[in-house]
Ligand binder design. Structure first.
Ligand SMILES: Cc1cc2nc3c(=O)[nH]c(=O)nc-3n(C[C@H](O)[C@H](O)[C@H](O)COP(=O)(O)O)c2cc1C
Length: 225
């Protein structure tokens, strides 16, 4: 299959949650991770740690945890309204797909788990207390660019994936299964596989640019039309 260009891949990389169990070649996985590590990290620490999970027993264990984690996270969404740009039907489809993924997580051939090794700054006494919440908020900035690179790489290679984060609520259980050291924090899991027929890539639909972009000051929506 011919690879897509980067702009096409970004436009086609929608969240795909219905994935075939067919194996994914190792060289494709390597290419995806290699795309991930082209992303920046704060101070160029490159403190990301990726786990590629292919073993069926490991996937089964993680799938069990995923089901518990999604139920846990789902409780916060019970009464949540659909955002104004999303129809109820569209939201329902997304929830159904998320549920499908949770029920079939063990069948996804490859999982890529994105962890971050915490830097000593977390315990740095020189970091003023009022900066700590900002520091913690920014920590994801050293892992999500890599995750997005991997999502785009998957699309370019014809592979489906979706950014999931619920496993972070069950970090300790995940740590035990994987033997991950205590200084690693779990941020995201990408289930990777070939999309099922009828559930393929793109186009990614978003709000018009001018609704979310301002020129020079708030309220000056841009581009003009
Ligand atoms: C921070 C974040 C966390 C997410 N967590 C999950 C998740 O745990 N499970 C899931 O199925 N999708 C998850 N998603 C995927 C979003 O629902 C999806 O990216 C969004 O609906 C846009 O989908 P689209 O690109 O197909 O339009 C997450 C996305 C982000 C950005």
């Amino acid at each position: 299959m011919e690879e897509m260009g980067v702009f096409q891949a970004m436009h086609m990389a929608r969240a795909l949650r219905r994935l075939k169990p067919d194996p994914v070649p190792d060289d494709a996985i390597e290419k995806i991770i290699d795309a991930g590590v082209r992303a920046p990290t704060g101070s160029n620490l490159q403190n990301w740690r990726f786990f590629v999970i292919k073993d069926a027993e490991q996937r089964r264990r993680i799938a069990e945890i995923y089901r518990v984690a999604i139920d846990l996270a789902g409780r916060a969404y019970v009464n949540r309204q659909a955002p104004p740009h999303m129809t109820k039907d569209r939201q329902q489809k997304m929830m159904t797909a998320a549920r499908y993924l949770a029920e079939h997580f063990a069948e996804v051939p490859v999982l890529i788990l994105a962890w971050l090794k915490m830097t000593p700054d977390v315990e740095n006494p020189q970091l003023p207390a009022d900066q700590m919440p900002v520091f913690l908020r920014l920590s994801g900035g050293s892992i999500f660019p890599a995750v997005q690179n991997m999502i785009v790489a998957c699309a370019a290679l014809g592979l489906g994936t979706v950014l999931t984060t619920v496993l972070a609520y069950k970090e300790e259980e995940m740590r035990k299964i994987l033997g991950a050291p205590a200084d690693l924090r779990l941020y995201a899991a990408l289930p990777v596989g070939y999309p099922m027929e009828g559930y393929g890539h793109g186009p990614v639909k978003r709000l018009p640019l001018r609704e979310v972009t301002f020129l020079d000051r708030y309220g000056n929506n841009w581009p003009r039309k």
